[in-house]
Design a protein around this ligand. Structure first.
Ligand code: GUN
Length: 286
């Protein structure tokens, strides 16, 4: 068997084309969706991600800006800036790029962002909403994975889903979103003993561990769907996922490549959430 390659870039492009209609409809009401991105410090990877987000916004007509704060910024100053943006009617989304420097109180930062503008889906209200089904915004990466599965017509209900990685950004919300769709979900993490005994049972294997080549063919069930969320830079500069792509593609039914799989969907769902936020505000105002 050779797996179908799930083309995240193509779906991301198609979805972004569709956003133009929604942005046009908002424009007819005098509304331009707006996204504020706060970047603290000098993390080079964060600067690249923020640059991509701003560029993607401008391509679909979202007004966005990145505000670069020095690594020495204090908690009070950062929280104060978020409070200002919460009150700014032109900003429908606020995103604070993670990771933050260690002296910053990250939970407080995330909870200060209005849940109504939390297009990252990291506010406690939105995190809790994943459990109860009352979330305003879903976190972008797992939301992008759900969209990829839907688009590929891959059923989730009743399937054995194994998630490798239990982060707040990907693994945990991914588990809740797939449980809400009636999958049977197992979460593995760095302390899991004998990872392979779990992964081999997966009908759908989602890997977000940040370990290049962690998943090898012997760990994958014949005919499984493999979603690789990993983005790792190798010493030679190449970007690679958490899955041995060349090996596993011979065993899986479908697999996402890195790059070109989940990555482009993450930014796309940020655009979706920002447009949705502007639409919600317009609906509430009318
Ligand atoms: N750092 C890595 N991924 C993300 C993300 O999805 N949102 C934010 N704000 N920071 C990140």
């Amino acid at each position: 068997m050779t797996a179908k390659i799930i083309d995240g870039l193509a779906l991301a492009k198609a979805m972004r084309t569709g956003f133009a209609d929604r942005v046009g409809a908002l424009a007819r009401h005098g509304v331009t969706p707006g996204l504020a991105v706060l970047l603290v410090g000098e993390d080079p990877a964060s600067a690249v991600y923020v640059g991509r987000k701003i560029k993607a916004c401008s391509a679909v007509g979202i007004r966005s800006f990145a505000e670069h704060l020095p690594v020495s910024v204090g908690n009070a100053e950062l929280l104060g800036r978020i409070v200002e943006l919460n009150a700014d009617p032109d900003m429908h989304g606020i995103l604070v790029q993670l990771p933050l420097p260690p002296h910053i109180d990250m939970p407080r930062v995330l909870e200060t962002i209005s849940a109504e503008k939390d297009v990252d889906g990291f506010h406690l209200y939105n995190v809790g909403g994943l459990v109860t089904g009352s979330t305003v915004f879903s976190p972008c990466t797992p939301y992008g994975v759900v969209k990829l599965l839907e688009h590929e017509g891959i059923p989730v209900e009743g399937q054995n889903v194994v998630i490798v990685g239990a982060s707040n950004i990907v693994g945990k919300p991914m588990a809740l979103m797939l449980m809400a769709r009636d999958a049977t979900v197992s979460i593995c993490h760095a302390k899991t003993r004998d990872l392979a005994q779990y992964t081999i049972l997966a009908d759908i294997l989602v890997v977000a561990a940040g370990v290049p080549g962690l998943i090898v063919p012997q760990m994958v069930k014949q005919g499984a769907v493999v979603i690789d969320v990993g983005i790792n830079r190798l010493p030679d500069g190449r970007i690679t996922g958490d899955v041995d792509f060349e090996g596993v593609r011979r065993k899986a039914a479908a697999i996402t490549p890195v790059p070109g799989g989940v990555g482009p969907m993450t930014v796309t769902m940020l655009l979706e959430n920002t447009i949705k936020s502007a639409e919600r505000r317009l609906a509430l105002a009318s």
